[in-house]
Design a binder for this molecule. Structure first.
Ligand code: UT7
Length: 333
């Protein structure tokens, strides 16, 4: 793993969009053998949002992207690149990023999809910052957007309780003011040795869609939750250690931790292991569930809206997910 440090790049605007439809735990009780009490105790989730039948990932992404541009006061034609982080694209191809570009009017941009599951937004942020720092782009729109409900097996109680739909976006620009926004540090990693514990097995070139794959429900997410849980806590703890070693940052200087919203117990365990105060971890999992690549930018937008993340604050973003992939980003907002 290579780390990237001290890039003078700021988040000029944030935007988020979640669908109107709420699926709460009492509705899930009618669908599978579960209880609100079990879901809340084991995950912290009370409800999640579900995209309308007419909405695809690009619709959610475009809505969040437009809001980020508005917050930054930037016209869509001035966007140079759109990085769309998703594991639930509209199609195998074309890239969902291209559909979003056209939808929002980013006619002078190039765009591509980035697939790193729940770590996607952190990978996208790193790439967007590097594009700006290299001088290749001035305005980069990084979006995390998912319609996980389309790939959820609504008959599998061990996974269907977890996921929701939504999108979050950040418009990145070069920072010129000293002491302004900065990507202080980021480190990413991946390893497919245990890819099987969180995957959609069919529909790609390895296992082509067929009547059999449909019958066997192989187009839905397959999750070995307990395994993912253990690996997530271990890897995120290691990432915090690496970050401390390489940057010398003191955890008490971190104003807010914005972790991927996978499970309240994972977040609390990581905080305990790393000596991070739990009250400084931002959580919206109760209302949103796990929205994969969308979870961190949605949480950031809400944290800013609630006054919990302010200009100049140091925030630590942490993610772990399918791939397996992981990442930690320290930034001055
Ligand atoms: O962002 C990366 C993706 N995120 C994840 O992959 C999530 C990571 N994992 C998790 O969040 C947790 O492992 C889960 C929430 C998925 C499961 O929680 P757990 O505490 O690890 O439960 P478990 O899988 O060990 O199952 C414990 C028991 C089992 O029953 P037995 O064998 O002890 O009798 C399950 O059958 O709970 C049962 N169970 C349920 N009971 C009621 C599993 N799902 C449910 C359910 N309602 N929805």
């Amino acid at each position: 793993m290579k780390s990237l440090c001290n890039l003078p790049v700021r988040i000029a605007g944030l935007g988020a969009y979640v669908p109107d439809k709420v699926l709460d735990n009492s509705m899930l009780e009618q669908m599978v053998d579960t209880t609100d009490e079990w879901i809340v105790r084991r995950t912290g989730i009370k409800e999640r949002r579900i995209a309308a039948p007419r909405q695809a990932t690009s619709d959610l992404a475009a809505a969040a992207g437009r809001k980020a541009l508005k917050a930054a006061g930037l016209a869509a034609r001035d966007v140079d690149a759109v990085i769309l982080c998703t594991c639930t694209p509209d199609h195998v191809f074309p890239a969902t990023a291209c559909i979003v570009q056209t939808a929002i009017g980013a006619v002078n941009a190039f765009g591509y999809d980035l697939q790193a599951a729940c770590s996607g937004f952190l990978f996208g942020l790193m790439q967007g910052a590097a594009l700006i720092d290299s001088g290749m782009a001035e305005n980069v729109l990084v979006i995390g957007a998912e319609t996980l409900s389309r790939f959820t097996d609504w008959e599998d109680r061990s996974s269907c309780i977890l996921f929701g739909d939504g999108a979050g976006a950040a418009l990145l620009q070069k920072e010129s003011a000293p002491g302004g926004g900065e990507v202080v540090f980021c480190e990413m990693g991946g390893d497919a040795a245990r890819a099987d514990i969180l995957e959609v097995p069919a529909g790609g070139s390895r296992l082509v869609a067929s009547e059999e794959t449909v019958r066997q429900r192989r187009h839905y997410m397959q999750l070995q939750g307990r395994e993912v849980f253990k690996l997530a806590v271990g890897k995120l703890g290691e990432l915090v250690d690496t970050l401390e070693e390489k940057t010398g940052v003191d955890m008490k200087d971190i104003s807010l931790i914005i972790p991927h919203q996978s499970n309240e117990r994972i977040i609390r365990s990581v905080c305990d292991r790393a000596g991070l105060p739990q009250e400084r971890a931002y959580m919206n999992i109760e209302r949103m569930g796990n929205t994969s690549a969308a979870s961190i930018p949605i949480a950031m937008e809400q944290a800013v809206g609630e006054g919990k993340l302010k200009r100049g604050d140091i925030a630590l973003l942490l993610a772990f997910g399918g791939g397996l992939t992981w990442g930690a980003t320290l930034l001055r907002y």
